[in-house]
Design a protein around this ligand. Structure first.
Ligand code: GTP
Ligand code: MG
Length: 294
């Protein structure tokens, strides 16, 4: 039997390649929020997978932001860069058949000394399958990758192989976390994230990038969690959109978020969400600090 290994794996890449989906699939629990829109992830979330021979701490990071140039996005990009520097191995996540300047920009942020495994995700979308091999050859020319592993976060294809490859780059060490620990984040954090996810899933093109969510109070009363949250928008004109006709949109956002919370916590949730305007919060250092970005 080989020695136990334990260390961190940074999920890095341009937006929308499936980093958060991979994290969730690898640890078997929905921890990181996912949406079809790019630049969904804003916070670092660690998901821990413990097996009989290895403990992996996967760190999800924001995709490198190019859409808006504001203080928020500069802070997100700094974080994505930090992840690449602080981990034992980087899982550089690409989308099958797509490799462009945004991928290259993200890749240049990985320090030269860090081993990088190229993870070619979404292979379930490749038709015909024969198109994959030439793409993998193209990826191989971009950098000296430790390995190139085609996978699908959706179907789970090849994830055991990915785990095997990543383990080779982790140090021999006893586990860093208790083996039943799943994440470094608490329930309060996930409450805010799950509301934010619904904004990305339910609101139009632009608005999710102008909103954020703060949990004002989180109380556990027996098996019930009573949660109050504020949804910040940037302008007065955003408020009626988030509320929807007769409050229908806000109701849908809260209901969907509450259901996900009940799944995650395994208990009943009473959730109240208020909408408030905070002008130009994406440029305001103090607000960004309060939201956990600085
Ligand atoms: N078909 C397919 N879709 C996938 C796969 N993995 C992720 N997706 C989809 O790709 C979209 C983006 O997924 P995310 O996990 O949010 O991507 P991300 O890299 O974390 O994105 P950012 O946080 O915005 O940087 C979602 O619509 C996912 O459902 C996959 O293996 N196959
Ligand atoms: Mg993400």
């Amino acid at each position: 039997m080989s020695a136990f290994r334990s260390g961190s794996v940074g999920l890095v890449g341009r937006p929308n390649t499936g980093k958060s989906s991979l994290l969730n699939r690898l640890v078997g629990q929905k921890l990181a929020i996912v949406s079809p829109r790019e630049q969904t992830t804003r916070h670092l979330v660690t998901g821990i997978l413990s097996t009989s021979e290895c403990q992996y701490a996967f760190v999800d990071s924001p995709g490198f932001q190019t859409r808006h140039r504001n203080l928020l996005n500069r802070s997100l990009n700094r974080r994505a860069g930090e992840v690449a520097r602080d981990v034992d191995v980087v899982a550089f996540v690409l989308e099958a058949l797509r490799l462009d300047s945004a991928d290259r920009a993200a890749l240049t942020r990985v320090p030269a000394g860090t081993p990088v495994v190229a993870v070619v995700n979404k292979v379930d979308q490749v038709r015909p399958a024969a198109r994959l091999l030439p793409f993998l050859e193209r990826v191989a020319r971009e950098r000296q990758f430790a390995a190139i592993v085609p996978v699908s976060a959706t179907t789970g294809r090849n994830l055991p192989e990915l785990l095997k490859v990543l383990r080779e780059h982790l140090p021999e060490s006893p586990p860093h976390y208790p083996v039943d620990q799943l994440t470094d984040r608490d329930e309060r954090f996930f409450a805010a994230e799950l509301v934010r996810e619904k904004l990305f899933r339910l609101l139009g093109e632009e608005l999710p990038y102008r909103c954020d969510v703060m949990v004002d109070s989180f109380r556990q009363e027996g098996r019930l969690r009573r949660i109050e949250a504020t949804l910040w928008v940037e302008r007065d004109s955003h408020k009626p959109i988030v509320l929807g006709k007769g409050g229908a949109m806000l109701k849908r956002i809260s209901t969907d978020a509450r259901k996900d919370m009940e799944n995650l916590y395994g208990g009943k949730v009473f959730l109240q969400v208020w909408v408030k305007v905070k002008r130009r919060w994406t440029e305001d250092e103090r607000t960004l600090r309060e939201l956990g970005y600085a």
